[in-house]
Design a protein around this ligand. Structure first.
Ligand code: SF4
Length: 498
């Protein structure tokens, strides 16, 4: 899902009465004011989707006018992280404490309607989820959001919290911004507690669905006249082509341009949805021993075909030692389909990575069962986690599973012959080998098709023109696990991933 940088997220918060640190935004070519506000000032490069900016030198404290000018020039020039939209100059503050708060969308399930989840911690920074007693997790209704009193009651789980009423009033503004602009993620990290006890948003970010932006709010989300441009790596270009071929759902991938610190564990990530990104950032944002190879977001109802293709790009990153996949733990995407995509990517990629996989949402048990059955035959170790395990437990396992030199393997040959079915959307070729299924009985690969697109008619494979292929990979998965490999699916990939 598209990300909104801090300078734009601030406006959304201010519009709902949430106080933000004083500051001004400088675009390329803007005139710098002759008189600066009181120094020191923090300069923050505004790059949509960029996280851990402090760690990457994109946030700088300046104490003098000349430091201001030179750092501003640098941050406005194209750098390792690409081209910034501009630079936010924000006033330095004396804070007596820093808190963390975030809202994310819970897509719900058959039993539970969609809603929001508010996370709040008195610890701020990263790794907040591991500190019991400082974290409150508050589900809320989007139609009937909690008032300040409700929130203050929920805050009782944090015994050390001073002024819960003040905090609750601040969080009410956060929830109101989240709902008012139909965001999928909204984070303030940190919330600064000023000496007089009042709260202020020091840094913030949001994610949203393009289709949820109202016409009247377009300029808030897509300000006209920005000069930022793409500087795509070959693998990012691959993902762009994948998105052009198969636009349904979100397939975001951006590589980290920084050189990994010596000794840091190099982690390729497949994060699903804004919640997955948020949890990963919370867990690793301040750690220098973990180097995130890429940002990613696969969500919004994308097919397993597309998940597979993006995973192939993620796995092709040179130097990666491990793959970590997680969502928020409550995805509406079928987790069994995602697991099928991961399994296919790990067995067909020439550069598979040891993998830590957390499945949460529909069919999460079937997703884990799949790996119970197939892990032993993969060239890399795989560990799966249920949704209730927070990603910090996965991070603790990275060192044990990471490989200094993950294997380069021979990939299985492409299917031979002509495809029996060419699916246009999502694009993929389905091959059927009748010699591998001579029985009149319907093969498991056909029975596994959830939409009825595949039909078995008197011992022959046919397509139901009334049904649709959703690119779930269930037919191929069943053919390999329950049948005789009678179906194979070929998902073409650009050469860069090999
Ligand atoms: S043919 Fe059926 S089972 Fe196979 S990918 Fe398409 S929808 Fe899924």
């Amino acid at each position: 899902m598209p990300a909104l940088p801090e300078y734009l997220t601030r406006t959304l918060l201010e519009n709902h009465g949430v106080p933000v640190v004083d500051g001004f935004f400088v675009r390329i070519g803007d005139n710098i004011p002759d008189e600066l506000p009181e120094l020191p000032i923090f300069l923050k490069a505004q790059i949509p989707g960029a996280t851990s900016r402090k760690k990457h030198g994109l946030v700088r404290k300046v104490e003098t006018k000349s430091e201001f000018n030179s750092n501003l020039d640098e941050l406005l020039s194209p750098g390792d992280w690409g081209q910034a939209d501009g630079v936010l100059a924000a006033k330095g503050l004396d804070l007596k404490a820093e808190y963390y708060a975030g809202c994310m969308l819970d897509f719900g399930s058959e039993r539970q309607p969609p809603g929001g989840i508010l996370l709040f911690s008195t610890e701020g920074g990263s790794g907040v989820e591991g500190r019991s007693g400082t974290l409150a997790t508050i589900p809320f209704s989007l139609l009937n959001p909690p008032d300040s009193e409700d929130i203050a009651e929920e805050m009782a789980v944090i015994e050390t919290l001073e002024n819960p009423e003040k905090v609750a009033a601040f969080l009410k503004g956060l929830i109101s911004t989240f709902i008012g602009y139909r965001l999928t993620v909204l984070e303030i990290n940190p919330i600064g507690v000023i000496i007089d006890g009042s709260l202020i948003a020091v840094d913030c970010r949001a994610e949203f669905e393009k289709s949820a932006v109202k016409k009247s709010e377009k300029d808030l989300f897509f300000p006209p006249g920005l000069k930022s441009s793409g500087d795509l790596t070959p693998l990012e270009h691959v993902v762009e082509l994948i998105n052009i071929d198969d636009p349904a759902g979100t397939g975001f991938f951006r590589q980290n341009r920084e050189t990994p610190p010596d000794g840091a564990l190099r982690v390729a990530t497949n994060l699903c949805g804004g919640g997955g990104k948020m949890l990963w950032e919370m867990t690793t944002g301040a750690r220098t021993d973990i180097h995130t190879m890429n940002e990613s977001d696969t969500s919004g109802g994308l097919s397993a075909f597309k998940s597979y293709r993006i995973l192939r790009a993620i796995l092709a990153q040179k130097g990666a030692q491990v793959l970590l996949l997680t969502g928020s733990g409550m995805a509406f995407q079928n987790q069994h389909h995602i697991a099928a995509a991961v399994w296919k990517a790990l067995r067909e990629s020439p550069t598979p990575l040891p993998s830590l996989l957390r499945f949460g949402g529909t069919d999460e048990d079937r997703a884990r069962d799949l790996f119970e059955r197939v892990s032993a035959d993969l060239p890399v170790p795989v560990k799966t986690y249920p949704a209730e395990i927070f990603p910090n437990a996965m991070v603790d396992d990275i060192e044990a599973i990471a490989m200094d030199k993950p294997p380069h393997v021979q990939t299985p040959p492409s299917p031979e012959g002509e495809p029996a079915i060419q699916v246009e959307t999502p694009p993929g070729d389905i091959y059927f080998y009748p010699e591998k299924w001579s029985s009149e009985e319907e093969p498991p690969s056909v029975s596994a098709c959830p939409t009825g697109y595949l039909l078995w008619n008197n011992g022959k494979l046919e397509v139901n023109p009334e049904a649709k292929c959703i690119g779930c990979l269930m037919c191929e998965t069943a053919a390999l696990l329950e049948g005789n490999g009678e179906i194979r699916i070929d998902l073409k990939m650009p050469a860069e991933v090999d």
